[in-house]
Write a protein of this length. Sequence first.
Length: 47
Amino acid sequence: MIRDEDYIDFLKLIVSCISHGDYFSAKELSNLELEKMEEKTKNEDKE
């Protein structure tokens, strides 16, 4: 499960990107975070 602090930091990054009109970076950050969460879930399932 994602920690609240990590999620808050992630949302701040997304809001910052969107505020500057950098939608490509917001998309890339979202994809990276999704990959990280999927990898973490995979590792937890193995244990």
